[in-house]
Design a protein around this ligand. Structure first.
Ligand SMILES: [Zn+2]
Length: 370
């Protein structure tokens, strides 16, 4: 069973009213809405939620579940009282800057608690084997948020808040591999788990000189070796995406996580208005298949996908569909660029370049993995 966790309010709340487009307006209710409507038009989601908050499509072994918002006390396991109060106060006012590139609206607190609630249910249901895999179709994203600060369109760190709740309330003591494919480093997740060997955090992201996310950032203290950064050059194509999977594979096999969480940012696509990479549907399909087979190999098939970035409203439905099709196995996705820009599917980066890239990283990491 593949479970999508979704709430109709994601399609409505926290719309920024701005006289002119600003960066913050990229994080819009349309992001989940276009995916949801597309899934409906393809017949994956055939009916409305029932009284239990469920929609079933047994033909393709798919279920949709409506989440509840988390409570403020859940958020406080990761974030400071200062940040929670700031989000609450500015939501009451209806505007103001919560953090870098995070503007408040009157419903910011509501949507942020609901977003974290969606991530939590998606992860918990996989952990408790209520489904094999899950996809939290949520917003706003979370991977940039740290203890005291909302940042980069993220209010609360949905994944970290969910892991903390699962550890405390479900007595989950196992290991988690968090694979972040958003084109930006999930610096919030990296900071939160930097010294924690129970969460292996790994990210493929744009190389930005002077910013964090370098290969030398391998973790600290007990967490040394369990932070794996895979920076790639701007405009990196699918060869890097596939190279990343091949690179990470032996580390996952050694680490043997009980659960894989994918921070599913979809802004690495070539047509994304914020991201600077050149991945295509083919790259995402490779990743989906790879993470599915890795989960079968190391974590008893358990993988939970948590929506992060991704801002091209024409592309998002097609990329999300790739993951749905991989995990339900009964449908075939229609890739975005295959019918518009087929030439983009040609790989440009030489394999030797990827090999060199992977070797440099291996040299940095391997001393901690003996
Ligand atoms: Zn991003």
């Amino acid at each position: 069973m593949f479970e999508i966790v979704f709430h109709p309010l994601y399609n409505e709340l926290r719309e920024l009213i701005e006289p002119k487009p600003v960066f913050e307006t990229y994080e819009t209710p349309l992001r989940t809405r276009v995916i949801w409507e597309y899934f409906r038009s393809r017949g994956y989601i055939p009916s409305d939620f029932d009284k239990q908050g469920l929609i079933n499509n047994l033909d393709i072994d798919l279920r949709v579940k409506k989440p509840s918002p988390l409570k403020k006390k859940d958020i406080l396991r990761i974030h400071s009282p200062y940040l929670v109060e700031l989000v609450e106060n500015l939501s009451d006012v209806g505007y103001g800057e919560i953090g870098n590139l995070v503007q408040a609206t009157c419903d910011t607190l509501d949507i942020a608690l609901l977003s974290a609630g969606g991530a939590y249910i998606a992860i918990k249901d996989v952990f408790e084997s209520k489904c094999n895999q899950s996809f939290a179709l949520i917003r706003p994203p979370g991977h940039h948020a740290i203890r005291d600060e909302s940042d980069g369109l993220c209010v609360f760190n949905n994944i970290a808040v969910s892991i903390a709740k699962l550890r405390e309330e479900c007595n989950f003591k196992g290991k988690i591999a968090c694979i972040d494919i958003d084109c930006h480093l999930g610096d919030g997740l990296q900071k939160i788990y930097y010294e924690d060997p129970s969460v292996l955090y790994s990210s493929i992201h744009e190389y930005i000189p002077g910013e964090s996310g370098m290969i030398s950032e391998v973790g600290a203290g007990d967490g040394k070796g369990f932070n794996i950064c895979y920076p790639v050059p701007l405009e990196a194509d699918d060869a890097y995406f596939e190279g990343y999977c091949r690179f990470l594979e032996p580390y996952l096999e050694k680490y043997k996580p009980d659960l894989i969480i994918v921070a599913l940012g979809l802004d690495g696509h070539w047509a994304d208005p914020i991201g600077n990479l050149s991945f295509t549907s083919k790259g995402y399909a490779f990743f989906a298949k790879w993470v599915h087979s890795m989960a079968n190999k190391v974590s008893n098939g358990k993988v939970s996908l948590i929506f992060e970035g991704g801002y091209n409203l024409a592309v998002l439905p097609h990329l999300a569909e790739i993951f749905l099709c991989e995990f339900t196995k009964k449908t075939k996705y229609s890739p975005f660029e295959d019918y518009m820009f087929p030439y983009l599917n040609e790989q440009k980066t030489e394999n030797s370049e990827i090999k060199k890239h992977n070797q440099n990283l291996k040299d940095e990491l391997d001393p901690y993995w003996e």
